[in-house]
Design a protein around this ligand. Structure first.
Ligand code: TXD
Length: 311
């Protein structure tokens, strides 16, 4: 059986375990610093499995040794955003937590593929790759699937069309400057630009960009976790089943779209080796300019990190 270890058994980590247990693809280990909590959540989830007719093993622990020989390490450890807090405010505190999670797990699972969720996402994925010295195929950030599924949900709500017919692509950094590609996004092959009025399209784009904040403001304590966790489960499933699935994820840029030495949301193909390749869209000048603006803001956070940590 495959093995996935999830570091951080908070809302997103434990919900990812829930979605993954339902998919029946791997044994699961939940790791957290809080004593008893990952054990309790793991046991609770395990006790649900007879109802699902599912024999995966689920363990909660405070001990990294239990993550030994994981195929995938998912990092969700860290602080969530509070109302009024930007993702970048989280940088200092989360860099320390993610750095430890990455280096500790690598000792026990030198062959694992890393999926990072902790915010600021692009920069935490960058930190993970720099600290572990893994090739870029094996460190991926989760953000684009989430931003795109949110956009798909909003378009489906707006048009009354099935979500199955709605295909949306959100590239760029996981922040307010993310780039929902309205020309390339489509409903059953018809560009959103042709399907929706300019006003409605703008409203969908704005709501997508602020999708995380909308949930934060409603919840008041903590941030979104159902859709983020479903997104990471989708990635892990595609990797373990070697599906060669093309989805937007944060990947290490080595010249794509003219960007270098940074993590950024692009279309990637996921398979058993991790990030198998990056697929570049042919962007028009306006789209490329938006992407570059988003890249500049991600780079700024990367630079802030480099002042804090020697990488
Ligand atoms: O799409 C995305 N990338 C995101 C990212 C979507 C949702 C959440 N996103 C980010 O993930 C969020 O901004 C945070 O940075 C993390 C975790 O969010 P979550 O909502 O799950 O926060 P919780 O519920 O507070 O859980 C965090 C857990 C909590 O149980 C802590 O005890 C634990 O992390 N934690 C640690 N675990 C292991 N090791 C260490 N050092 C540690 N420190 C805290």
């Amino acid at each position: 059986m495959n093995k996935i270890s999830i570091i951080g058994a908070g809302m997103t980590g434990s919900t990812a375990a829930h979605w993954l247990a339902e998919r029946d693809v791997a044994d699961l280990v939940l790791v957290d610093v809080v004593e008893g909590m990952p054990q309790g959540k793991g046991l609770d989830l395990l006790e649900a499995l007879p109802i699902l007719n599912n024999d995966v093993k689920i363990v909660g622990t405070n001990d990294y040794a239990q993550t030994k020989n994981s195929d995938i390490i998912i990092i969700t450890a860290g602080m969530a955003r509070k109302p009024g807090m930007s993702r970048d405010d989280l940088l200092t505190v989360n860099a320390e937590i993610v750095g430890k999670a990455a280096t500790e797990t690598l000792k026990y699972s030198p062959d694992a593929i890393y999926i990072v969720l902790t915010n600021p996402l692009d920069t935490m994925a960058y930190l993970t790759m720099k600290l572990t010295h893994l090739p870029r195929e094996r460190v991926i950030g989760q953000a684009g699937i989430l931003d795109s599924t949110r956009m798909r949900a909003f378009v489906a709500m707006e048009t009354g069309v099935s979500v199955e017919n709605v295909h949306c692509y959100v590239l760029g950094g996981h922040g307010d400057e993310m780039v929902p590609l309205t020309r390339l996004s489509n409903i059953a092959g018809v560009s959103l630009k042709d399907y929706l009025s300019a006003d409605k399209l703008e409203a969908v784009v704005n709501r997508t960009r602020k999708g995380g904040g909308e949930i934060v403001n409603l919840l008041k304590t903590g941030s979104a976790y159902y859709a983020p966790a479903a997104s990471v489960a989708h990635m892990a499933d595609a990797i373990l089943k070697d599906r060669h699935l093309i989805v937007p994820c944060a990947a290490y840029m080595d010249g794509e779209y003219g960007l270098k030495d940074m993590f950024f949301g692009v279309q990637v193909q996921l398979g058993r080796k991790g990030m198998e390749r990056i697929i570049e869209f042919k962007l028009d000048a306006e789209e490329q300019a938006l992407l570059e603006k988003s890249a500049a803001s991600v780079k700024e956070t990367h630079e802030a990190l480099k002042k804090l940590v020697k990488i």
